[in-house]
Design a protein. Structure first.
Length: 202
C-alpha cells in the first residue's frame, strides 16, 4: 500500500491527516497524523500501519515512523508498506526519512469504514478530532511504491488515473470531492473551507 498527500499545517496541535480503520482489530488503523510524542520530543508527521494478518493485531505488530520537521508552507508526505516483507518507508518532501520492518501481514481494511481526510472517523461518523491544515492531492496505491514512483508522486508526474484512488481536492466550492482512479469514489466535504492556493511543486 502507498499513501501520498500534500499538507500545509496551521498549528502544531495533534491532528489527524489521513487514516483508514482496520476491520475488527481493536481500533488499529493506518494513516498519517501530526504529533510530537513519537517523534523524539519534536513535532513531526507520523505514519502508522497495522502490520498484521486478520485477527493477529497487537502492539507488537504496529509500525510507527516519524518524519520532520516540516518546512514552512506545503509539505509532501508519502509512505509505503509492503505486506509481503513487512517493510514500511516514510518520505517527506521526496526525501526518505525512516524505515522499519516488523513481521509481515495484510492490512485488513473495513470496506464500510470511510477514509478520513483531515478528520478522525468512527463507524461512518466524523468525530470532533479534525485537522487544522490545508490538504491536497491525496493518492492511494494498492502496492508499495518504488523509489521512482515515489519521486513521480512528489514531482506531480504520476498518472493519477492509474492509482487506486486520487482526490485532487481542488473543487473550489461545494461539498463534493471528486475522485479518479481504479477504485475511487467521490467524497464529501463537511465544515471545510476551500483554499485558493495549492501545493507548490518542487
Amino acid at each position: 500500500m502507498t499513501m501520498s498527500m500534500w499538507v500545509r499545517l496551521n498549528s502544531t496541535a495533534v491532528q489527524p491527516l489521513l487514516e483508514r480503520k482496520t476491520r475488527g482489530e481493536g481500533g488499529f488503523l493506518h494513516g498519517f497524523n501530526f504529533n510530537q510524542t513519537p517523534c523524539a520530543g519534536r513535532f513531526g508527521s507520523r505514519f502508522y500501519v497495522s502490520a498484521c494478518a486478520p485477527g493477529a493485531c497487537s502492539g507488537a505488530n504496529f509500525i510507527d515512523l516519524c518524519a520532520g520537521p516540516h518546512r514552512v508552507g506545503w509539505n509532501h508526505l508519502l509512505a509505503t508498506y509492503d505486506a509481503a516483507t513487512g517493510r514500511a518507508v516514510l518520505y517527506l518532501n521526496g526525501v526518505m526519512q525512516s524505515t522499519a520492518t516488523r513481521g509481515a501481514g495484510l492490512v485488513t481494511e473495513d470496506p464500510l469504514q470511510p477514509i478520513g481526510v483531515g478528520v478522525d472517523v468512527v463507524g461512518a461518523t466524523p468525530t470532533s478530532s479534525r485537522a487544522n491544515a490545508s490538504i491536497a492531492d491525496v493518492t492511494l496505491l494498492g502496492h508499495a511504491a518504488s523509489a521512482t514512483e515515489a519521486a513521480a508522486l512528489f514531482g506531480g508526474t504520476f498518472d493519477r488515473c492509474s492509482s487506486l484512488a486520487n482526490w485532487r481536492m481542488n473543487e473550489g466550492a461545494g461539498t463534493v470531492v471528486r475522485g479518479v482512479g481504479i477504485a475511487a469514489g467521490n467524497g464529501s466535504s463537511a465544515r471545510a473551507a476551500w483554499s485558493a492556493s495549492g501545493p507548490s511543486c518542487p
